[in-house]
Design a protein around this ligand. Structure first.
Ligand SMILES: [Zn+2]
Length: 443
């Protein structure tokens, strides 16, 4: 197991709004950010000064007394880092976590070169004006909206932030230029990768701010997954997701209904809005009708966005379950193509979208996805293999006519779906049943 730490560089476009929803000019935002650069420089130089003074003090102290002084006795903090933070925190408008990241960084660098500085081989570090802004990992929040990544950065102390009247923090649109960057951001967003302390820099050439986003991941879980252990996933009508390992009573269920509920509430509003626009007429208010219809049409976007976010959440939870169970393979029914079930799915491509997201996230953690033919998996008894449509007295329930095995219908389907080479097994089951029927008829 190795922890890999990497950095991806992304240019940012300022997207600040005030409380009334008006866009704040990027020049105003730049002014604040440049001030923060100055303060970062000040913090760094002040920390170096403290470190240097402490170093000299310690040296004198040892010479005089034979023992090293304890920072705790002098500062009340166990290190210079604590003292630097205390002195700077009240003075500067920098977010405290970011400030602490900056001062910690300076302490680390100083300690690395302390000996060389002491011996006169290197000068005391001094920081110039265009310092990158340090970002504590908790100061970075990725946002995914409408197929676009944004980032919200906590840059100021809360009390300072309130003064500027921003609505939603320092929010930037991320300029994602290639697929590999997009994939990295998706994995950070899905928490497959962890975001670390990062840096915000000003790119003089492009006159833009640039985020050097640091992320890390390890491959511990991935190597422990057993390719022969299969998680059967039923993407269904009653529940959006039911998954289980064959022979395991434990199951993963997402009851869902969120998307449908959201869609209904939004569509009810849409209908009432369209009702109102009808009465506006066409000729009387010029282009009135077209204009008035617009907000109603945007509702479609809203539903799509909600569905997107919800499916991300569902698929992430499913993959977590697969990893927890040690499954190296996921089996699902192929939902495209002409099958007995296709119409019910294609009515609403939500399921197709969900399946695509599961597939993508599975690949990220090294889980194989195997698609199987969606025939008879809901009619087959996972206990004895008997296939009959009457095994399902209703949508939700499964009861085997032959062995009396009873269970939740989706769970039973997921059990079948999780069997290796299930398509061939079903073929055999059907042949066997056919011959049994013939034998019975010949009697
Ligand atoms: Zn049975």
């Amino acid at each position: 197991m190795t922890l890999l730490v990497k950095v991806v560089k992304i240019h940012l476009i300022s997207e600040q709004f005030d409380k009334a929803g008006n866009r704040i000019d990027y020049k105003e935002v730049n002014k604040i950010l440049w001030e923060l650069q100055k303060q970062t420089r000040e913090a760094k130089n002040k920390t170096v000064q403290l470190l240097w003074e402490w170093n000299n003090f310690s040296s004198d102290y040892v010479k005089a007394s034979g023992i090293y002084p304890k920072a705790k006795d002098i500062f009340g903090y166990s290190s210079v880092h604590g003292q630097a933070n205390k002195e700077l925190r009240t003075k500067l408008i920098l977010n405290s976590s970011n400030l602490s990241t900056t001062t910690m960084d300076v302490c680390k660098i100083f300690n690395t070169y302390k000996k060389e500085v002491w011996e006169g081989k290197r000068s005391v570090p001094s920081y110039k004006s265009d310092q990158p802004l340090d970002l504590h990992k908790d100061s970075i929040k990725l946002i995914y909206e409408n197929n676009q990544f944004y980032v919200r950065l906590a840059l100021l102390k809360k009390a300072e932030f309130a003064k500027y009247g921003f609505k939603d923090g320092f929010r930037f649109k991320m300029q994602v230029k290639d697929n590999s960057t997009k994939t990295i951001l998706e994995r950070c967003f899905d928490e497959v990768y962890k975001i670390n302390a990062s840096k915000l820099l000003y790119d003089q050439k492009k006159k833009m701010w640039k985020l050097n986003l640091s992320y890390s991941f390890d491959n511990k879980n991935i190597s422990e997954l057993d390719k022969e252990k299969i998680l059967g996933v039923d993407v269904g009508v009653n529940c959006p997701l039911v998954a289980s390992v064959f022979g395991d009573r434990d199951r993963f269920i997402i009851k869902g209904g969120e998307i449908e509920k959201f869609r209904k509430s939004v569509e009810a509003r849409r209908r009432s809005m369209l009702e109102q626009t009808k009465y506006c007429g066409d000729g009387r208010i010029g282009h009135g009708r077209k204009k008035r219809t617009e907000p109603a049409l945007n509702i479609g976007d809203k539903i799509a966005r909600f569905r997107d976010t919800t499916n991300h959440k569902y698929s992430r939870a499913l993959i977590e379950y697969a990893v927890k169970k040690g499954c190296g393979t996921i089996q699902m029914e192929k939902l495209t193509g002409i099958t007995s079930k296709s119409d019910r799915f294609l009515k609403d491509w939500t399921y197709y979208d969900l399946q695509t997201k599961i597939e993508n996230k599975a690949k990220e953690v090294g889980i194989n996805v195997v698609y199987i033919a969606p025939k008879y998996t809901s009619q087959r008894c996972s206990n004895c293999g008997y296939i009959h449509k009457d095994n399902r007295p209703n949508q939700a329930k499964f009861r085997c006519l032959k062995c009396d095995f009873e269970s939740n219908a989706d769970y039973n389907a997921s059990q079948n779906i999780g069997i290796k080479n299930i398509a061939k097994i079903i073929e055999k089951d059907l042949k066997k049943q056919k011959s049994e029927v013939q034998v019975n008829e010949n009697k």
